[in-house]
Write a protein that binds this ligand. Structure first.
Ligand code: SF4
Length: 349
């Protein structure tokens, strides 16, 4: 059995997605078109590109696509940023994604529509606490998920995203390198099960995936016997065990397109449906059930921090060049080593 640290979750203080969405601007088609035109003009003027995550609002994903930007998972976001010659990158996602862009592109200006967009994994893995945990296992290397701060990446031996995590842990395990994994306990458990790496696990979780519930999913599966079940490995083990496909966001989009099923039950942030519908326009997509609805769930299958990105704050950021990501240069240089190792490892696959 894996041992967890005793860090207390801070979930009580996290924003609720329903509150964020209630306070977000809504536009009709005409207003949306005007805003997209303004963004196009501003991106040209500022020599900027948008890098957006699959979990952001479809308006953000659409404008990124329309303007030669990128919509992808954390690994591809990092790779895309590094491949661009533009002076400025606007990262629509959560803070660690902006920091990763800065770590890899120190010469570029990295802006975000909001600096309030956090991540429960990052927030529940403070560097000083993780350092103490690490010191308990001096014979082990530290692998951290990309969903961590620059400080945490700076102390890690490896950074990894969910799209290549199994491959990296298999590779290190074959070399008999003992490991500590942080911060996502569900992904860590999944990796231990897949690879027998017996990593020591940090105790944090994603508030979106944590809410998917196996009992309700079994009921939904019985009502939709012809559906394939697609699950992100940040979900609890009982939910992962029900999946036809377990994978990163990009892998789930591919599965949605390539599986023969016409119906998919999807256990990840529901904003991924924008890209799934594009990849497989005729398929029926169903949200996997969460712990509750409205008042009883924090996220209801959509990340509250991802929901903070909208066309209005994207425009403000571009006009004022505000919400710049700054990373201390000593930390950045150290974080570059572990993050760039991930990019190099991905090239070998
Ligand atoms: S969906 Fe989960 S892992 Fe992703 S940013 Fe939100 S809280 Fe973090």
């Amino acid at each position: 059995m894996s041992k967890f640290n005793n860090l207390k979750f801070q979930n009580e203080s996290f924003p609720k997605t329903s509150d964020v969405l209630n306070n977000s601007p809504a536009y009709n088609e005409k207003k949306k078109a005007d805003k997209i035109n303004l963004i196009k003009k501003l991106l040209k003027e500022k020599d900027a590109k948008i890098i957006a995550h699959y979990y952001t609002h479809e308006d953000i994903q659409e404008v990124a696509e329309l303007t030669g930007g990128n919509v992808s998972d954390s690994l591809e976001m990092a790779k895309f940023g590094a491949s661009q010659s533009s002076k400025t990158l606007v990262v629509a996602g959560v803070r660690f994604m902006g920091e990763t862009a800065k770590i890899l592109n120190p010469e570029k200006k990295i802006l975000m529509p909001t600096l309030d967009a956090e991540c429960s994994l990052d927030l529940n893995c403070p560097a000083p606490e993780l350092l103490k945990f690490r010191q308990r296992y001096p014979d082990r290397q530290l692998v951290v998920y990309a969903n961590t701060s620059a400080e945490v990446k700076a102390m890690a031996d490896w950074v990894v995203t969910s799209s290549i995590a199994v491959k990296l842990i298999e590779y290190l395990n074959k070399k008999n390198i003992k490991l500590i994994w942080a911060p996502d306990k569900h992904l860590g458990n999944y990796l231990n099960d897949k690879t027998n790496a017996n990593m020591k696990l940090w105790n944090a979780s994603c508030i979106v995936h944590e809410e998917f519930k196996a009992t309700a999913l079994i009921k939904l599966m019985k009502e939709n016997k012809d559906a394939a079940v697609l699950v992100h490995p940040e979900s609890p083990k009982e939910v992962v065990e029900l999946a036809d496909v377990v994978g990163s966001t990009s892998q789930l989009i591919s599965a949605c397109k390539n599986l023969p099923h016409n119906k998919m039950i999807v256990a990840t942030d529901n904003r991924i449906f924008y890209k799934m519908k594009k990849a497989a326009p005729n398929k029926i997509l169903i949200e996997a059930p969460t712990g509750g609805k409205g008042a009883t769930c924090i996220s209801c299958a959509h990340c509250p921090w991802m929901a903070m990105n909208n066309l209005d704050n994207l425009i403000e950021t571009l006009i004022d060049e505000k919400n710049e990501i700054i990373v201390d240069e000593t930390i950045r240089k150290k974080a570059f080593i572990s993050t760039n190792k991930m990019i190099d490892f991905a090239k070998t696959l």
